[in-house]
Ligand binder design. Structure first.
Ligand SMILES: Nc1ncnc2c1ncn2[C@@H]1O[C@H](COP(=O)(O)OP(=O)(O)O)[C@@H](O)[C@H]1O
Ligand SMILES: [Mg+2]
Length: 256
């Protein structure tokens, strides 16, 4: 079986007017199909850069990145992306924001996808809100709409860059339980960036810790906690031990 993600010796240097910024150096890792892999690391270490690289939005300056065995050369149809802010179009309803994903791609039958969109809206707990506008929804609901939009074309790989970063702690906890359920039902490969260690441990099969810039893989920690994980899971000793271990690694990189 090919890995869902393969990154080998990736380097990324941003050219600047007065020099360069060395964002990533020799990043090597892979993710198996259906795996939930989180990325944590100090601010500015290159997490978003790594996501953009895998999304095909930025070329590497050295090394290679593959999605389902294929070299990443540009945006890939098998990838769904969720960013920190929901970036919904204010003048489109929930349903039409989700359908946008299908409308901008060629060869999708709109009628079929209308049905799929409604299924996702139900799954996201947004039933009855399909004809509302983004500004009529809470932050958590808006973020769930952007998840639906990322999922509508059923991509096997989801890239998420701090998708819950803008939400309050309680909404975030709820969203984590929700995301775990979606992931377990749909068996997607997820690459999830967060600066919240607890969130990373809660959701992940493995947590990858990046070093300070230029970001490189410092350590990958396997999280052996039974699923489905519940809010009570966060009170278990093993859970705390994972957090302590990852926090220590982050401290070594100067992150407090
Ligand atoms: N488009 C860009 N041009 C130049 N430098 C950038 C660009 N995007 C990010 N950087 C720099 O690259 C480094 C890594 O950024 P980023 O990937 O956003 O880090 P993180 O998501 O881990 O906080 C930072 O020093 C940032 O300032
Ligand atoms: Mg970032």
């Amino acid at each position: 079986m090919t890995d869902a993600i393969q990154v080998k010796g990736c380097q990324l240097i941003y050219p600047m007017k007065d020099g360069t910024i060395h964002a990533l150096e020799d990043v090597t890792f892979s993710a198996t199909e259906g795996e939930f892999l989180s990325i944590v690391g100090p601010s500015g270490c290159g997490k978003s850069t790594l996501i953009k690289l895998l999304a095909g939005l930025l070329p590497t300056t050295k090394g290679e990145a593959r999605v389902e065995g294929e070299l990443v050369r540009g945006p890939h149809k098998n990838v769904g992306i969720v960013f920190q802010n929901a970036v919904l179009l204010a003048w489109r309803t929930v349903l039409r924001n989700i359908m946008l994903q299908v409308e901008v791609r060629k060869g999708f039958d709109k009628q079929t996808y209308l049905g799929k969109a409604m299924e996702l809206i139900k799954l996201a707990g947004l039933d009855g809100f399909q004809n509302r506008f983004p500004w009529e929804l809470s932050g958590g609901m808006q973020q769930r709409v952007s998840f639906c939009r990322a999922l509508i074309h059923d991509p096997p790989l989801l890239l998420m860059d701090e998708p819950f970063g803008a939400l309050d702690a309680m909404t975030r906890d709820e969203m984590n339980v929700w995301l775990q359920r979606i992931w377990m039902e749909k068996t997607k490969t997820v690459l999830f960036v967060t600066h919240d260690i607890s969130e990373a441990v809660f959701l992940s099969d493995r947590v990858m810790v990046l070093s300070a810039r230029p970001g490189t893989v410092k350590e990958i920690i396997k999280v052996d906690l039974p699923r489905p994980r519940k809010l009570e899971t966060t009170e278990r000793i093993e859970f705390m031990q994972y957090i302590t271990r990852i926090r220590k690694l982050m401290h070594e990189e100067g992150f407090y």
